[in-house]
Write a protein that binds this ligand. Structure first.
Ligand code: SF4
Ligand code: MG
Length: 338
C-alpha cells in the first residue's frame, strides 16, 4: 500500500497559566492511500489537536514541539507539512485541494452570510481555472453527489435555511469540492440523531469508495469505527496506545485501555450508535499526566514499581499491531483473573 500521510513523534503543547499542557505527546500514525483510519479516544486524548496539526489549523498559542508530518501530494511530491508556514501558499493549496476537513458542527466550515452555492464555487475557483458557470455546475453536481434533496434549489440557499442533516451534507460537499485525496473527519456524526448519523456514515462510506479517498475518522464511538474504519489508532492522554486493523482491535486488543474500552460496550453487534462509556477511575487530566505509563492509575493490570515508574514503548507484533504497554501480549489479564 502507498503511504499518503505519515506522522512521526508529533508533539503539540499549549502554554497556560498553570503550566505547559502536552496535549499531544509524541504521536505517530500513518494513513495509506484510499484507507480509512479510525482514531478513537476519550475527550482530552489529543485526537483533534493532532488532526488540526495536519492542516496547520491550530490556535495561535499552539507550540509544535516535536515531530514530522509527511504528506504525499497528488503530484507525487512529498511535502513536510510541519515545515510549512500555516498561512502560506502551500498550506492554502493543501487545504481544500489535497485535504478536506469536516467537523461535528457544520457552521465551523460554512459561512452564515453566503449561499451554499457561492461557498462551494469559491473553493472550486480558488483551486481550479474554471468559469463561474462551470463552478456553479460543479456545486450542483457536488450537492447531488452528497444526496442533497433538490440540489438546484438548495444551491441558492443560506445555511440557516437547511436542517442539521442537510448542513452536514453541504459541509461534506464543500470539503469534497476539489476531490481531496484525504478527508479529515472530526466527529462529524457525534451531534446527530442515530438515524441521521447512520445516513451520513453510509454516505461517507460510499463517497470514500467512489473517490478512493483516504479518511482520518476521529470519534469516541467504537460502533462507528467498526462500521467505517480499516485500521484503528487508540489514543490516551496525548499518545497513541494501540494500533491495528479493525479485527485486531476488536477481537485481539493488546492494550489494557483498549480492552477496557471494549468491555464498556455491552455487545459488539449492538454497539452501533453507542457512545464510549467512561471506564473506571479518574477522567484523564492533561494538566496532570501520571508518571510512567500514563494509564496506570486506571489500569486493572498495572504492576507497582514498573508501570508507575517506567514509560512503556510500543510492543510491535508480527502482524504490525502495536501496543504501548510493558506487558502487551503477555496475557496478564488472564493472570489477573486467576
Ligand atoms: Fe497497564 Fe502497566 Fe500496561 Fe500501562 S504499562 S497499560 S499500567 S499494564
Ligand atoms: Mg474532539
Amino acid at each position: 500500500p502507498e503511504r499518503l500521510l505519515q506522522l512521526d513523534n508529533v508533539g503539540v503543547h499549549f502554554p497556560t497559566r498553570d503550566g505547559l499542557v502536552k496535549a499531544v505527546n509524541g504521536v505517530s500514525y500513518h494513513v495509506n492511500k484510499g484507507e480509512v483510519l479510525g482514531i478513537v479516544g476519550e475527550s482530552g486524548s489529543g485526537k483533534s489537536v493532532t488532526a488540526r496539526s495536519i492542516m496547520r489549523l491550530q490556535p495561535k498559542n499552539a507550540i509544535n514541539a516535536s515531530g514530522t508530518i509527511r504528506y504525499r501530494c497528488k503530484s507525487g511530491e512529498e511535502l513536510l507539512i510541519n515545515e510549512q508556514d500555516r498561512l502560506g501558499r502551500t498550506m492554502r493549496n493543501l487545504r481544500g485541494n489535497e485535504i478536506g476537513m469536516i467537523f461535528q458542527e457544520p457552521m465551523t466550515a460554512l459561512s452564515p452570510v453566503h449561499t451554499i452555492g457561492t461557498q462551494i464555487m469559491r473553493t472550486v475557483m480558488l483551486h481550479r481555472q474554471v468559469s463561474k458557470a462551470d463552478a456553479r455546475a460543479r456545486a450542483i453536481e457536488l450537492l447531488t453527489k452528497v444526496q442533497m434533496p433538490r440540489p438546484t434549489d438548495i444551491v441558492d440557499r443560506f445555511p440557516h435555511h437547511l436542517s442539521g442533516g442537510m448542513r452536514q451534507r453541504a459541509m461534506i460537499a464543500l470539503a469534497l469540492a476539489c476531490d481531496p485525496a484525504l478527508l479529515i473527519a472530526d466527529e462529524p456524526t457525534t451531534a446527530l440523531d442515530v438515524t441521521t448519523e447512520a445516513q451520513i456514515l453510509e454516505l461517507l462510506k460510499r463517497l470514500q469508495d467512489e473517490m478512493n479517498m483516504a479518511i482520518v475518522f476521529i470519534t469516541h464511538n467504537f460502533g462507528v469505527v467498526a462500521d467505517i474504519a480499516d485500521r484503528v489508532a487508540v489514543m490516551y492522554l496525548g499518545r497513541v496506545v494501540e494500533t491495528g486493523t479493525v479485527d485486531e482491535i476488536f477481537y485481539e486488543p493488546k492494550h489494557p485501555y483498549t480492552q477496557a474500552l471494549l468491555q464498556s460496550i455491552p455487545r459488539l453487534g449492538q454497539s452501533h450508535g453507542r457512545r464510549l462509556r467512561t471506564i473506571a477511575g479518574m477522567v484523564p487530566d492533561p494538566f496532570n499526566v501520571p508518571t510512567g505509563c500514563s494509564f496506570h492509575p486506571r489500569c486493572m493490570q498495572a504492576v507497582g514499581g514498573i508501570c508507575d515508574v517506567k514509560t512503556p514503548d510500543d510492543v510491535v507484533f508480527a502482524s504490525g499491531q502495536r501496543a504501548r504497554c510493558h506487558f502487551a501480549g503477555q496475557d496478564r489479564q488472564a493472570e489477573a483473573a486467576q
